[in-house]
Design a protein around this ligand. Structure first.
Ligand SMILES: [Zn+2]
Ligand SMILES: [Zn+2]
Length: 417
């Protein structure tokens, strides 16, 4: 390989700039990558291209090469081989970038034989509702993958053809190269370029799959999503990823679950939060409110205690999300909203006034005593006693009208008196 001209290998002129060199390298690497190109000499040429680029992309090595014909300078010894494991692990050549652009993901396997023929893992995202996450569900996923070839049953061998051990590597899938250096002999192992590490060659390859044993296919698979699943958790379906080369093991399909937000509930861990509304009297006296639970048809009773405040959380034990891989459930927290009634009849208002007059018999005095002490406009955001007392004086005025009147009047109320 050392006698090959690096510029020729990349197909660039001797004065090419770095951009041109990089572009030429990427183009060739994509074309020759052994996982893409199944021509017998592709791997050998791929190595050459990598070696050429590793020298020409480094200004110092390139200068040495130009001057001495050797990237390490006079008397040095160049690397006549590129370790395939380095190449497949990225090795500084940007191979992972190429994979990313090609297959939409990096390689998860290490180098060597397994990485060469085993199918890749594939990832897919599945969106479900919070209700589905609570109950668990079965979903059908449709996706595209390289599946075992139907015509040859995944073997890559056409009818009448057969597999035989590879002559080049004697069926081991690996070749040993011996290099002579100034330190003595160095041995390196690499994947056999003839059989791509399988150890076998096919005398009559299947035409449908080009002897690869796999073809593009649109498939569906059912996936069971367990109750209590959290957003971001993954479910692995072994063997549903990309099929392996010529019957080697397939990769996995990794389903990443995304749980959508719910309008009714907010989830925090395995606990759920919802909102319940009660009116002021219910808040004073306490009440029971029934709401729909997270599970289909489930009704949950929320015991709102007497004297409940706005925003208070009422806990309902065991009515939250099911815990994953367990029969237990988290809790439900009902956040209480206290709503002031606006449509009370005059008859009812009379009762309220009666109660108010008992609770705050000295309402007017209180108003006078408090308003000057309060902040600016104190009467408008003063105690309920103020408005109740006013309501009594205002007679049949509606709540809304009364409120408006109060607001209009209140800034002057305290000063006037
Ligand atoms: Zn071989
Ligand atoms: Zn086939």
């Amino acid at each position: 390989m050392a006698d090959k001209d690096y510029y020729e290998v990349l197909g660039v002129s001797r004065d090419a700039d770095q951009r041109t060199i990089k572009r030429a390298f990427l183009k060739l690497a994509r074309k020759l990558h052994p996982d893409v190109n199944k021509e017998p000499d592709a791997e050998e040429r791929f190595k050459e291209v990598n070696e050429a680029y590793s020298v020409l992309s480094d200004e110092r090595k390139r200068a040495n090469y130009d001057q001495y014909g050797n990237p390490d300078g006079p008397g040095g010894f160049g690397s006549d081989y590129v370790d395939m494991s380095d190449i497949f692990n990225g090795g500084g050549f940007g191979i992972n970038d190429i994979f990313d652009s090609f297959f939409g993901g990096g390689r998860s396997q290490g180098a060597g034989r397994a990485a060469r023929t085993r199918g890749r893992d594939m990832g897919i995202t599945m969106r479900i509702t919070l209700e589905e996450a609570a109950a668990g569900c079965t979903k059908t996923i449709a996706y595209d993958r390289l599946a075992p070839c139907d015509d040859c049953g995944g073997t890559g061998v056409a009818e009448g053809g057969k597999e035989k051990p590879c002559d080049r590597c004697h069926g081991t899938g690996r070749v040993v190269e011996v290099q002579r250096t100034i330190f003595g002999q160095m041995q390196t192992q690499s994947t056999c370029p003839v059989c791509h590490g399988t150890g076998k060659v096919v005398d009559k390859p299947c035409e449908t799959c080009d002897g690869q044993g796999r073809t593009p296919s649109h498939e569906t698979v059912k996936v069971e999503i367990p109750a209590g699943v959290h957003s971001g958790q993954t479910i692995r379906l072994p063997g549903y990823g990309e099929a392996g080369v010529r019957g080697d093991s397939a990769g996995d399909l990794v389903v990443s679950v995304k749980v959508a937000e719910s309008e009714r509930f907010e989830r925090q861990g395995d606990d759920l939060f919802c909102e319940v509304s009660v009116d002021s009297l219910e808040a004073i006296l306490g009440t029971r409110v029934e709401v729909d639970g997270i599970l289909a048809g489930e009704r949950v009773v929320v015991e709102v205690p007497a004297g409940c405040q706005f925003g208070q959380q009422v806990r309902v034990e065991g009515k939250g999300m099911p815990r994953l891989n367990s029969h237990a459930r988290g809790n439900l927290f009902a956040v209480v909203r206290v709503v002031t009634p606006t449509n009370l009849s005059e008859g009812l208002l009379e009762h309220v006034r009666a109660v108010a007059s008992v609770m705050h018999p000295a309402g007017d005095e209180r108003e006078e005593a408090e308003a000057p002490a309060g902040t600016k406009g104190g009467a408008s955001d003063g105690s309920p006693a103020t408005s109740d007392a006013d309501a009594g004086a205002a007679g049949a005025a509606g709540e809304r009208r009364h409120a408006a009147k109060r607001q209009k009047r209140s800034p002057f109320h305290g000063r006037k008196k």
